[in-house]
Every structure is written in structure tokens, then in C-alpha cells.
Write a protein that binds this ligand. Structure first.
Ligand code: FES
Ligand code: FES
Length: 174
């Protein structure tokens, strides 16, 4: 068995105590995924596992044997930014930048959740097939990813602009 990391098959660590975060950073040197709190509170280590967002610091790497992990390095393709990465630049969605990879991975997973109708704490229609990403929805759904330096509004703008087909943010903001 193996983990797929950004499309490359990687054997699981022999030590079952190794976190997915440490496998990525310390063994594979994929340092885009950041270690902030290392206790599940900041979201800086967020990656995608089979498209679902996961905080890698709380995940044991061996749990993901046979699964497909995507880090921020895997979102960009062929030297091109992922559209959300480009939007973060255009909307000034980062200042320190340390939280940015986790924000971007989390947003990609978050939009997929909204598109399949997974409600959040602020959703008004719990049975909607697709949850429109208003500003409140984006802020609530991204609340597990902390930005302490003041780029939060830019982050929300970048997500709203990139996923305009899933958001009525523009209308709500008028
Ligand atoms: Fe994983 Fe903070 S480093 S949530
Ligand atoms: Fe990283 Fe704000 S951009 S904390």
C-alpha cells in the first residue's frame, strides 16, 4: 500500500506515530503545508484528502494509506497558479503568507462542500442542493483557518471572485 501525495506514490512511514504533516514537511520536504499550532486550532496545515479538507497535524500518516493527498504544491499545475492562488494575489489575500497554503487548500475543499449542499452554521436553507456562498457563508466556513494579520477581507474577496458560480456574494454586498 502507499499514499498518493500530489500524484506520487509514497510508502507509509514505518513509525505509526508520524503525523501526515510531519511526513509532508520533514520527510518529503513539501514545506508549503505549514505547521502553526500543531494542535488543530489554526488551519495552517490544511491539505485535501480525496478532496476533503483535513488538518494534517492531527492526522497520522498511516491513516491515509491508499488515499490521495493534495497539498498546495499539488494544486498548481505545469507552472501555472491555481486560479485561487492568482486571486489571492489580485485581491491581496495574504500579508504574512504563512496561513495562505492552508487557506487555499481549505477553500478548495470548502467550495466542494457548498456545491454538494453541505450546510453550515449560518445556512438558511438546510435542504439546498447547492449552498450559495454569501460573505457570511464564506467567513463561517473558513473560520477554522485563522488569519491574524488582517488579510481576512482579501481572502474572502479572493474566494468569492474565484467561485462566482457558487456565490451570490456580489449581490449580497450591493
Ligand atoms: Fe495544524 Fe494548526 S498546525 S491546525
Ligand atoms: Fe497569514 Fe494573515 S496572511 S496570518
Amino acid at each position: 500500500m502507499a499514499l498518493s501525495i500530489n500524484g506520487t506514490q509514497i510508502p507509509p512511514p514505518s513509525d505509526p506515530r508520524v503525523s501526515l504533516l510531519d511526513l509532508l514537511r520533514e520527510t518529503l520536504h513539501l514545506t508549503g503545508t505549514k505547521k502553526g499550532c500543531n494542535q488543530g486550532a489554526c488551519g495552517a496545515c490544511t491539505v485535501l484528502v480525496d478532496g476533503e479538507r483535513v488538518v494534517a497535524c492531527l492526522a497520522l500518516a498511516v491513516q491515509y494509506d491508499g488515499r490521495s493527498v493534495t497539498t498546495v504544491e499539488g494544486l498548481a499545475g505545469d507552472g501555472e497558479f491555481h486560479p485561487l492562488q492568482q486571486a489571492f494575489i489580485e485581491h491581496d489575500g495574504f500579508q504574512c503568507g504563512y496561513c495562505t497554503p492552508g487557506q487555499i487548500c481549505s477553500a478548495v475543499g470548502m467550495v466542494a462542500e457548498a456545491r454538494r449542499g453541505v450546510p453550515s452554521h449560518v445556512s438558511s436553507d438546510l435542504l439546498a442542493d447547492v449552498v450559495p456562498l454569501t460573505r457570511d457563508e464564506i467567513a463561517e466556513r473558513m473560520s477554522g483557518n485563522l488569519c491574524r494579520c488582517g488579510a481576512h477581507n482579501g481572502i474572502v474577496e479572493a474566494i468569492a471572485a474565484t467561485y462566482a458560480d457558487t456565490t451570490n456574494y456580489a449581490e449580497a454586498a450591493e
